[in-house]
Design a protein. Structure first.
Length: 163
């Protein structure tokens, strides 16, 4: 089954960072996501208020670098959570569990790390620190990291494709 969601919006308030009893960081925040179409009667766009939960390194990253009004792109999965309220009524909440969180707007002075921008795979940018992903290679993506002299020509090409 497939459960992937990507949303982009502005933080409605500063993220709230808490820790579980075992010390695992968890951040919760709400994104204001504008719809792509305008209401025919008012001519204005409607806004959806979407709750997001981030865990571990992603939670710490969000709580450190995002504030109310900052544009964020969240990649994750939709989760439905059931609970019983204080009156004994069954309730259901939909929330996005964030796998990666990216900057959705330009970098502001002092708001983001010096290597930042919108890299989603650097530690703290949504990928767990132990995931094996690191900062972009020197020279950025698309720039060869090895010299052209390290590549050799293939002489025995017979013109047939291997597939």
């Amino acid at each position: 089954m497939l459960n992937r969601i990507i949303i982009m919006g502005r933080l409605a308030r500063d993220p709230e960072l808490r820790r579980t009893q075992s010390g695992v960081p968890v951040a919760s925040f709400r994104l204001a996501v504008d719809r792509d179409f305008k209401d025919k009667s008012t001519g204005e766009r409607s806004t959806d208020w979407i709750d997001v939960v981030a865990w571990r390194a992603t939670a710490e990253f969000v709580s450190r670098f995002f504030t109310k009004g900052r544009m964020a792109v969240v990649e994750g999965r939709l989760q439905m959570r059931d609970w019983t309220d204080k009156d004994g009524n069954k309730r259901v909440a939909a929330e996005v569990v964030a796998d990666n969180v990216y900057f959705g707007d330009s970098k502001r002075d002092g708001d983001a790390p010096s290597y930042g921008g919108s890299y989603g795979s650097a530690p703290g940018y949504g990928a767990p620190a132990d995931s094996g992903y690191g900062a972009p290679p020197q020279g950025g993506y698309g720039t060869p990291s090895v010299g052209a002299s390290e590549f050799a020509e293939i002489d025995d090409v017979d013109g047939e494709l291997p597939f």
